[in-house]
Design a protein around this ligand. Sequence first.
Ligand code: CO6
Length: 501
Amino acid sequence: MATMARGSSVVYRRLLIHQYRRRCSSAQEARSLATLRLLPTPTLDRKLQVCSRSFQMLGRTLHGSAACHRAVVQFKLSDIGEGITEVTVKEWYVKEGDRVSQFDSICEVQSDKASVTITSRYDGVVTKLYYDTDDIALVGKPLVDIETESTSDVIQEEDVVETPAMAREEHTHQEIKGLKTQATPAVRRLAMENNIKLSEVVGSGKDGRILKEDILNFLAKQTGAILPPSPFGEIRTSSPAPTGPHRSPLSPVPKPPPLAASLRDLAGKDVTEPLKGFQKAMVKSMMAALSIPHLGLCEQVDLSRLVALRAELKTEARGHGLKLSYMPFFIKAASLCLTRFPILNASLDESCQNITYKASHNIGVAMDTSLGLLVPTVKNVQLLSILEVAQELNRLQELGAAGQLGTADLSGGTFSLSNIGSIGGTYAKPVILPPEVAIGALGKIQVLPRFDVSGHVTRAHIMNVSWSADHRIIDGATMCRFSNMWRDFLQNPASMLLHLK
Ligand code: CO6
């Protein structure tokens, strides 16, 4: 059937081109068949449309007006932006022979910047998957073949032309995870294994997210089965490991680290595997960072007052439905200091001839996500209140835990902070993320003895901060002044009030 359909679309295309040649009378337009095939896709498509009307009549003659026309569409991976040319296929939600409808999820791909769900633009049957899981898929190349079913009356030219001569956008359809049918890959897999279309399931999770129970209930309704009350919430693919001494309510349930990574390790066999996705991106950005001469500076900050203040404000923030950790204070204080030291919120061009001082304080936060270390950015911190920073951080953390951070969240950083202390680290040597020029790593807050002004030993909440800066344009004195100002804001958080807009 697929072969027949493919054959008929070849015939269709040949007829279309034939029609075009017959109708185009001017010498300029009457190109040879070979030339037509070499035309840029949009041009060819435009020209083919000239003949579409007469073709539709011809199509009706060939198939009969009510006849069902089958055609195989090569569904290509369209441009994801950000100069991404390849992605890793993380998971297929369909297999060959599956019927799909528009907006059904086809697969999950991961670029070095974000995770993207590819959804179908067509109703039809999947006849071919071009890649296996974990293969590298190329932008602009076919991802799947879908055999579409349309009556010749409603058929669109682009649906029936078999050769890859369509504008890329027209043959692909993709969404950043979570914008349409929201469900974790595990839930999607469960749906797929039971031949359930996600578009037919009503999600009971936050913002209509489809949970495992929704699939099971849907299945139960179809089969008449009675399900026991479900003890679980939404299943997640891979929860991040616990990252701090105290986990927040938003964080997944901590799991102890495995004693041995796998049986494979016990057997003592070496394993070599290709670098993919975010790991590949890390190689690229860290190799670029290697060309930056880093200067380092470490400082101790007494956060005792901030610890007391946060304890007070935490309940208030909870009233707004927000978790208030120390990070929003660290981030806001950094932004206040960047206003005074704009060179730390700048970038140097590749030829080292120009510095660009960035207007926005887009502060990247190193985040331990279910996909590994990512650095989403809190944008325009200079315009945000501490509570608004907390709100944005909460949002990013939730997306990070679900592996759903998108390109917009992960790009545009101008300065970064890395809270290694939430994992338990004390000192660090952070690596600058080009094109940024500075980064700070925050150690764990420890209760340590200190002398007060009267010389008495007191309990103090001490945190180490380790700064790295691009020594080509930032000198140690500037970094130190910035660090002093940042430290002073946090040691005396009330003083930040004077500078908040
Ligand atoms: N000390 C003590 N307690 C802390 C600290 C530190 N440094 N950081 C967080 N916490 C507390 C925090 O206040 C929360 O307490 P409660 O509100 O009382 O529950 C709790 O730990 C959990 O905080 P959470 O981590 O959920 O939120 P936070 O806003 O502090 O941090 C985050 C957000 C995105 C930074 C964090 O979730 C995360 O992913 N941390 C890991 C970052 C990471 O992987 N860094 C390594 C990068 S590589 O830096 C690097 C230079 C090299 C070594």
